[in-house]
Write a protein that binds this ligand. Structure first.
Ligand SMILES: [Zn+2]
Length: 152
């Protein structure tokens, strides 16, 4: 029997259908736990954080989201290392040098409408090889969709 998709069953941010009602945030924290405890998983940490934030932008301002997309692009397209990024994005990370906010308390922020081609539920965590491959793919697909959305 096929169950109709109930709203409670769907992530309001990335529109993923939640298997067993496990929210995306729970998967995300599980991933972060694996990353901090295993250097082989840690390699893609920067991509995990950016991609998750872009797909779950409830608390991001528009500038914050665009800045994260820009960072993701630098990593994926320009091949920037996390160390180089830390140098380059210091002004972005530092509050004093920023004239706009990354996050907002505005609960009326519009819910994103993008139907992502890949979501956090599709990441394999059985080993670090699969994990890194899937996180990179997830980041790449997400970035491509962002660029397409912004151009249209
Ligand atoms: Zn989600």
């Amino acid at each position: 029997m096929v169950n109709p998709v109930e709203p409670a069953n769907v992530c309001k941010d990335c529109k993923r259908v939640l298997e067993n009602f496990v929210p995306c945030a729970e998967l995300y924290h599980h991933f972060l736990g694996k990353e901090v405890s295993d250097p082989d998983f840690w390699q893609v940490h920067h991509l995990t954080v950016l991609t998750y934030s872009i797909q779950h932008p409830t608390f991001l301002t528009k500038n914050g989201r665009l800045e994260m997309q820009k960072m993701l692009k630098r990593f994926i397209v320009d091949g920037l290392s996390p160390q180089q990024a830390r140098q380059q994005f210091r002004p972005f990370v530092s509050n004093q040098n920023r004239t706009w906010k990354i996050t907002t308390e505005n609960v009326d922020a519009p819910s994103p409408t993008t139907q992502w081609h890949m979501t956090i539920g599709q990441i394999r965590v059985d080993n670090s090889e699969h994990y890194c491959e899937d996180i990179r793919k997830w980041a790449w697909i997400t970035l491509q969709q962002c660029m397409y959305d912004d151009a249209s």
